[in-house]
Design a protein around this ligand. Structure first.
Ligand SMILES: [Fe+2]
Ligand SMILES: [Fe+2]
Length: 315
């Protein structure tokens, strides 16, 4: 029996991975094999965090540039730093849960260069490492806050695209999320004024994220080249706009009225809206995302979010 075109296509081996992707993946697999931290006991959590040291790098506390910050007691400031760290880790957890689902869906497909068997091997390290991160972060949230904060929707929402466009959107969001979280991990792990346990958690997360980001970048290069070769310019623009909206959304989640309410700030929703609009804070956000923005620009994936997509709205 003659196989159908679809079946024949499905059975065909993937095109060989682009040379830079192949070389990068080989190095990343080796790095992952070399550094296998204890998955389920990465950190020896003490019973309590150090109350004499801040939990969040102070300049990065979402209210640091808002006038209300000067009215807070030291105890409220400490608590705000803790709750913002739990908020940040909770966003990490929900974002990484969603990306694990997306990575799992891309295993064993072998249709394009970034799905080759070799890449698939790395994806399994990736899934394993993200699972270990969410376990570590949830351990922190549960011990020092009592729970992981709820998922407010930082998920990978569906937009109808071709397969290549869909991969671009997935890996683009992955790149934005990981750049966003890796930046604060990098700042916090180097801040010697912070509680040591919190710094350790940031440090462990940062080590794996450096590998993930290198991988994301290579896949985005390969996938944008492929999209251009196939004339998918309209999809590239759609993806660029969706990534801009996702970036705005991720940053917006840092202003959590529930956190403000919990430390006794009145009119928390108004304060959240004001805090994200303070000029110094907007400048800090621009610095936070500068490398990510530059890379997306280089790839031709730096778009503007739709007018309605301000802080707190996603797409
Ligand atoms: Fe992670
Ligand atoms: Fe990651």
């Amino acid at each position: 029996m003659t196989p159908t075109t679809d079946a024949a296509t499905a059975a065909a081996p993937a095109k060989p991975a682009a040379a830079p992707l192949t070389a990068k993946v080989a190095r990343l697999v080796a790095a992952s094999l070399k550094r296998v931290p204890e998955t389920f006991r990465p950190v020896d959590y003490p019973d309590a965090l150090d109350t004499h040291r801040l939990i969040m790098p102070e300049a990065y506390v979402s209210l640091y540039h808002h006038p209300v910050y000067r009215t807070l007691t030291d105890e409220q400031k400490w608590r705000l730093g803790l709750l913002e760290t739990v908020n940040f880790y909770s966003i990490n957890i929900h974002g990484e849960r969603a990306l694990i689902v997306g990575l799992e869906e891309r295993l064993y497909k072998n249709r394009v260069a970034w799905e080759s068997n070799q890449v698939c091997e790395y994806l399994q390290h990736f899934v394993h490492e993200e699972n270990a991160h969410t376990f570590m972060l949830a351990g922190y949230c549960n011990r020092y806050y009592g729970r992981v904060m709820p998922d407010l929707g930082l998920a990978f929402e569906q937009i109808r695209l071709s397969r290549i466009g869909d991969d671009l959107l997935f890996y683009g969001r992955l790149y934005v999320l990981e750049m966003w979280l890796a930046y604060l991990n990098g700042v916090a792990m180097l801040d010697t004024t912070l509680d040591e346990t919190t710094r350790t958690v940031h440090h462990i997360h940062h080590q794996d994220e450096a590998k993930h980001l290198a991988f994301d970048k290579e896949v985005l290069h390969a996938a944008t080249d492929e999209a251009r070769a196939r004339g998918l310019d309209e999809e590239l623009r759609t993806v660029a706009a969706a990534l801009a909206a996702y970036r705005t959304y991720a940053l917006g989640r840092l202003y959590n009225p529930a956190v403000y309410r919990a430390i006794g700030i009145r009119d928390a929703s108004r304060v959240a809206a004001e805090a994200s609009g303070v000029a110094e804070r907007r400048a800090l956000e621009a610095t936070w995302m500068a490398q990510c923005d530059a890379q997306l620009h280089k790839l031709g994936l730096r778009g503007s979010p739709p007018a309605a997509a301000g802080h707190g709205t996603g797409r």
